[in-house]
Design a protein around this ligand. Structure first.
Ligand code: ATP
Length: 304
């Protein structure tokens, strides 16, 4: 009996280890080049979040020394507010998000949360205060319940259902015969891109972090799914300091502050109306996307 017990116990241990490893991979939100360069300072304190004010101050960054990606980028996202970043592909938008999550350290300048340089606090405490809704959500080969609750292990079933309701997944999951116990992933139920993203939103709602990174990925969704996701995203970003990376402009027309990045430089900033009136880079991006929208079935969802 003991002989049987030990290996089973050991298998359980291995399974937990693998699950942990997967969680860490997911935390990289799509980045396989896990940077081991980023180190905690000896005796680094934990980040103390009061409101969640985020500041980039003169940030310069290069993945490789000979190819600068960000040049002197400065902006502030006041606590509880949203900043949307737009710009052509490769402009450096997602890099801003990776730096805020401290996958890499900036080369010059600094990033502060509530006045604390993020290099001077523990990575664990920094990441505990930031929620991420990535472009591609990784699901574990486990139940839907596990996939949501790992955002906050120990969450009650009532809390999970509340997060699902807010993420507009409640009805979908209630219709599944096994509900929260439904297996998903490779060997289980396959979820659409939109459903997976709503799972990521439910995770964030459960984790309830003061700072949020949204890496929008609505490009491949139909209009109905996009609407539901936008509603859920709007909800999740309420009262949280939000850095929203927008690959399509339709999703951010209502953002309080829009920053236009081009080749790693901020070239414009303002509201949608101000930027259209300025008739510069943003207005050109907007006109281009309007043309694409006209080609989509039903005129697409880009026009507001
Ligand atoms: P998109 O809208 O296409 O997602 P983006 O504006 O988010 O683009 P980033 O992902 O920030 O762009 O990339 C900015 C630049 O940095 C690109 O030229 C990209 O090739 C480069 N880059 C991104 N990640 C790495 C990396 N790990 N190593 C080297 N270069 C990288």
């Amino acid at each position: 009996m003991i002989q049987l017990f030990i290996p089973l116990n050991f298998l359980g241990f291995i399974y937990r280890e693998i699950r942990e490893a997967l969680i860490n991979i997911e935390r990289l939100f799509g980045l396989l080049e896990a940077p081991v360069k980023v180190q905690d300072l000896p005796q680094a304190p934990a980040l103390q979040v009061t409101g969640g004010d985020v500041r980039f101050e003169g940030v310069c960054f290069a993945y490789q020394a000979d190819r600068p990606i960000l040049h002197d980028v400065s902006f502030t996202i006041p606590a509880g507010h949203t900043l949307a970043v737009v710009g052509p592909s490769g402009a450096g938008k997602s890099t801003l998000a990776r730096l805020l999550f401290r996958f890499h350290d900036v080369d010059q300048g600094c990033i502060r949360i509530d006045g604390q340089d993020i290099r001077e606090v523990t990575q664990q405490s920094l990441r505990a205060h930031i929620g991420v809704v990535p472009q591609d959500t990784v699901l574990f080969n486990d139940t839907i319940g596990f996939n949501i609750s790992y955002g906050r292990p120990g969450a009650t079933e009532a809390e999970i259902w509340e997060a699902l309701r807010l993420a507009q997944l409640e009805e979908f999951i209630k219709r599944l015969p096994q509900g929260l116990e439904t297996q998903v992933g490779e060997r289980g139920l396959k979820l659409s891109g939109g459903e997976k993203q709503r799972i990521a939103i439910a995770r964030v709602l459960l984790k309830n972090p003061p700072v949020l990174i949204l890496d929008e990925a609505t490009a491949s969704l139909d209009t109905h799914s996009e609407r539901r996701i936008l509603d859920a995203l709007n909800l999740v970003s309420q009262r949280r300091t939000t850095l929203a990376i927008a690959h399509r402009l339709s999703t951010i027309v209502h953002a309080e502050q829009i920053l236009v990045l081009d080749q790693g430089r901020i070239v414009e900033r303002g509201s949608h109306q101000q930027l259209l009136a300025a008739n510069g880079a943003y207005a050109r991006l907007w006109a281009e996307q309007q043309k694409t929208a006209d080609l989509l079935p039903g005129g697409g969802s880009l026009s507001h």
